[in-house]
Design a protein around this ligand. Structure first.
Ligand code: PRP
Ligand code: URA
Length: 255
């Protein structure tokens, strides 16, 4: 397990409800639902970067008194800083040489041959997109519209702008601030993988990840990596994350 614990502070985390006593790894190395004696197998990793700007904007977003205009700013900033963290070992690079004013030297640049895609889950994922896009200006943006039924909590797809097929090397970054039951993200992952996206080259950027969503994603996509501002354990009877930040889509768009 130690080999997962690298650039971020380590946090021992235990999920409640039926999963007690299993340590889930990384937080940075915080790994979900795999026994400790199999450290070399693929495991879902969930990173919560301990960055003061991420903590600050999360606090602003959680505050029920934050008006929509400031809530949108918080989403933009969280999208930016979480994407910055996610890009660290995900954006493809290549080695080259450059001629400085004084000498030739080795250099590393972003590899322009490998496609990078951002998939915002509408509506709320749009809130994180602007910040992500400032760091990934050449990425293709594929919108996916999913709405959760208020009664059944099942997602319904109302817009799908995904390509028919992804190049297998495509780096895919999904943005959605809330992973609650996990139904919406599971639906998004199914659409992506059906089209050839590789879960191990996919990163999820969210703001609040809840335990039920992490458990589902871990079971289905063990190579997946999630960057989130926080993890909350509970959902209420209506499927809202507690304490969470409320209805992210409504708060972003003032509805
Ligand atoms: C929210 C959120 C996620 C989903 C999470 O979207 O942005 O997509 O709920 O819930 P789940 O993990 O239980 O599926 P919502 O369906 O409310 O649509 P919106 O973004 O248009 O508000
Ligand atoms: N969607 C939201 O916007 N908030 C929640 O807490 C759960 C799902």
């Amino acid at each position: 397990m130690k080999n997962f614990i690298n650039k971020f502070e380590a946090v021992n985390y235990q999920l409640s409800a039926g999963c007690r006593k299993e340590y889930y790894g990384v937080f940075s190395s915080y790994t979900i639902k795999k026994p400790l004696f199999l450290p070399m197998t693929l495991q879902l990793r969930v990173y919560v970067p301990p960055h003061p700007l991420i903590k600050h904007w999360l606090a602003v977003a959680r505050d029920a008194g934050t008006p929509s205009v400031l809530f949108r700013s918080a989403m933009t900033e969280l999208g930016r800083w979480l994407t910055y963290e996610a890009a660290r070992d995900w954006l493809p690079t290549q080695e080259t040489t450059v001629q400085s004013p004084l000498d030739t030297c080795l250099a590393t640049v972003i590899d322009p041959q490998i496609p990078v895609a951002v998939v915002p889950i509408l509506r709320a994922g749009l809130g994180l997109l602007e910040g992500a896009q400032t760091l990934l200006p050449l990425a293709s943006i594929y919108h996916l519209g999913l709405a959760r039924d208020e009664e059944t909590l099942q997602p319904h797809c109302y817009l799908n702008k995904l390509p028919e097929k992804f190049d297998p090397q495509t780096r895919v970054l999904i943005t959605d601030p809330m992973l609650a039951t996990g139904g919406s993200m599971m639906a998004a992952m199914a659409e992506l993988t059906q089209r050839g996206a590789d879960p191990t080259l996919t990163r999820i950027v969210c703001v609040v990840a809840a335990a039920p969503a992490l458990q589902k994603l871990s079971a289905a996509y063990p190579g997946l990596i999630i960057y989130t501002a926080t993890i909350d354990e509970k959902l209420n009877s209506k499927g809202y994350i507690v304490p969470g930040l409320g209805d992210a889509g409504d708060r972003i768009f003032g509805t």
